[in-house]
Design a protein around this ligand. Structure first.
Ligand code: BTN
Length: 248
C-alpha cells in the first residue's frame, strides 16, 4: 500500500471555464506549486499548434497542473512525456485498456486519440516562473461529437458503454503523478524512458510527421536519452525530431 502525502497537490474546481490552462496562466501568481485547476466543462480549450480542444454538454476531464520547480536542472522538456506515462498507467490499471503514446504525448486507444497534453510556460525576466501542464481526457464525450473531430478519436464512455465520474479520475491521475514526481524531477527522462518506449507503438514503422502543416515521411527508429525521436528520412539519413506531430 502506497502512503500518499496528500499535501503534494490541491485541487481548485470550476464548474465551467473557457480554458483551464488559460485560467491557470492568468492567475498563476496566486497558485502554489502543485495546484490543480479542474473543470468538467471547458468551452474554449486550446491544443498544440493553436488547435481547439473539442467539448460537448457531457462532463469530461479538463485539468491544468501548476508547477513551480525551484531548480534550474528541472527536466522541463520531458514533463509532457512524464504525464503521458502517468495517464497510460492510470488507464491500464483502472480501465483495463492498452493505451499507446504517439510521440511526443498524445494518448491513443485502438488507434483513436483519447487524450492530449499541452504545456505552457509563464516567463519572468527570461526565466521560467511556472509551467502549466494541461491535460484533456475524453471521459463522457459522445459519439456524435467525436465524429466531428478531424482525426480518429474516442472517449472512455464510447469504449466502455457507460459514463464515468471525472473527479474520481482526476484524483487517480494526480495520485500517480505526484507519487513519482520528485523522482522524475531528479532523474529526468531516464526515470520514464523504459515505460515510455514500451508504449510507443509506432517505433519500427513508417510514419508521417507534421510540423506547421508540412508533412514528411520517415522510418521511426528509436527514442534517445533526451526523449527525442530518432528517424531515418527518405534518403536513409538518420535525424532527430525535436517538434511536430506523428500522424502514423
Ligand atoms: C493537444 O492534443 O493538442 C493538446 C490538448 C490539450 C487540451 C487540454 S484540456 C485542459 C487544458 N486546458 C486547455 O485549454 N488545454 C488543455
Amino acid at each position: 500500500m502506497v502512503n500518499l502525502d496528500m499535501s503534494k497537490y490541491s485541487i481548485i474546481t470550476l464548474e465551467e471555464v473557457p480554458s483551464t490552462n488559460g485560467y491557470a496562466i492568468e492567475n498563476v501568481s496566486f497558485f502554489d506549486d502543485g495546484t490543480i485547476i479542474y473543470a468538467p466543462h471547458q468551452t474554449a480549450g486550446r491544443g498544440r499548434y493553436k488547435r481547439k480542444w473539442i467539448f460537448d454538454e457531457t462532463e469530461n476531464l479538463y485539468m491544468s497542473i501548476v508547477l513551480k520547480p525551484d531548480k534550474n536542472s528541472f527536466p522541463y522538456a520531458n514533463l509532457t512525456q512524464y504525464l503521458s506515462v502517468v495517464l497510460c498507467k492510470f488507464l491500464e490499471k483502472n480501465f483495463d485498456l492498452t493505451p499507446e503514446i504517439k510521440w511526443p504525448n498524445d494518448i491513443l486507444v485502438n488507434g483513436a486519440k483519447i487524450s492530449g497534453i499541452l504545456a505552457e510556460s509563464c516567463m519572468q525576466n527570461n526565466q521560467i516562473k511556472a509551467v502549466i501542464l494541461g491535460l484533456g481526457l475524453n471521459v463522457n464525450l459522445q459519439r456524435h461529437t467525436i465524429e466531428k473531430i478531424d482525426q480518429r478519436a474516442t472517449s472512455l464512455s464510447v469504449l466502455k458503454g457507460q459514463n464515468f465520474d471525472c473527479e474520481k479520475i482526476l484524483r487517480g491521475i494526480c495520485d500517480i503523478f505526484f507519487e513519482s514526481y520528485d523522482e522524475f524531477a531528479g532523474k529526468g527522462f531516464a526515470f520514464i524512458k523504459e515505460d515510455y518506449i514500451e508504449r510507443c507503438g509506432f517505433l519500427g514503422k513508417n510514419i508521417t510527421i507534421r510540423e506547421d502543416e508540412i508533412k514528411k515521411n520517415y522510418f521511426a527508429k528509436a527514442i534517445d536519452d533526451e526523449g527525442l525521436l530518432i528517424v531515418n528520412d527518405e534518403f536513409n539519413n538518420e535525424c532527430k525530431i525535436i517538434t511536430g506531430d506523428v500522424l502514423c
